[in-house]
Design a protein around this ligand. Sequence first.
Ligand SMILES: Nc1ncnc2c1ncn2[C@@H]1O[C@H](COP(=O)(O)OP(=O)(O)OP(=O)(O)O)[C@@H](O)[C@H]1O
Length: 367
Amino acid sequence: MATITLSALRHSYEPDPSRDEDWALKRLDVAWQDGGAYALLGPSGCGKTTLLNIISGLVRPTEGRVLFDGRDVTDRPPDQRHIAQVFQFPVIYDTMTVRQNLAFPLRNRGVDAATIRDRVEEIAAMLELTDRLDRRAKGLTADGKQKISLGRGLVRDDVNVIMFDEPLTVIDPHLKWQLRSKLKELHQRVGRTMIYVTHDQTEALTFADQVVVMNMGQVVQVGTPVDLFERPRHTFVGHFIGSPGMNVLPCEGLDGRHALVGGHAVAVANPDPGAPARHMEVGVRPEFVAFAEPGEAGGLPVAVTRVRDAGRYRIADTRLNGTVPITVLVDEDTPIPAEDARLVFHPDHTRLYADGWMVGAQPGGAA
Ligand SMILES: Nc1ncnc2c1ncn2[C@@H]1O[C@H](COP(=O)(O)OP(=O)(O)OP(=O)(O)O)[C@@H](O)[C@H]1O
């Protein structure tokens, strides 16, 4: 196990990067603690694989250093970094039994037969593979094969980090949640440093204690699932995490502690505009928007355009001034006004964003 530090990292696939967009990975500084569960989350092309390959040693960063427990491994090849990887497609030996597959990494390292037997049986029990140990791996379903890939990382005791690259891609949807919970449980049992790469927020938020959200080569926030939900540092995080995502509303200016949205004053938790910004917005999650009670003063007048049933709650789509969409989450028992609807925002969860960044937050920093 190891603490992984990425220091002043930047990477470009261009021979002579000069423009901002030449960098597949923009400047990154993070320290991942020994034994932590981390996720790299972001849309396709945001740089997740590039970052994973830099950690595993397949790609050498254009700038910066990779440190394992303070030791500089930037110039070390993958086989000297002691990393176990679980890819989208299970990497196993089909003709071997499950037992032989799990034993393989230990046999390669010259571990004695009794230790191999004990270790393989221990890991098989954790993965619920004991009853299949002497079957050929070929006959297993995709989730069984993926467990073998994972088990081959877990049997080794020289592994610094286990990295998962979209590991549930080929798993049947109804088995995904089972394997997802299994991974979380395994992390808690073995306490290894694990990094999980995905574009799926549910997978990232279920697995990780800390999620690194990336967009266009940049880390936009590092935080716990609660941080990302309650204090999105960038409008991208607000959009990308949550279902439906955060409302991002154009802001015309400030009036004391209030932001002006569609000509109406809205209380925000962070009214200081800081440095002058080209583009101001107000962000509020649908969970923190409500319809004003009939006698309640104020609120933004809206028209309700659609109501969708989402099980335990409903999602109401509304429009302010006929143009600005605002989504509201409404409990099953709360009435939705048919006319004269007005919206009130929870002031502690309504924030000002300047050029995409939450006012008062440093770009990319930990929450
Ligand atoms: N070998 C390469 N040569 C040139 N450009 C590359 C190479 N690999 C990736 N890129 C570019 O770097 C950027 C980041 O790609 P990367 O594969 O790291 O993203 P990703 O988030 O893993 O995407 P996906 O989820 O689709 O795999 C993209 O613009 C991509 O086109």
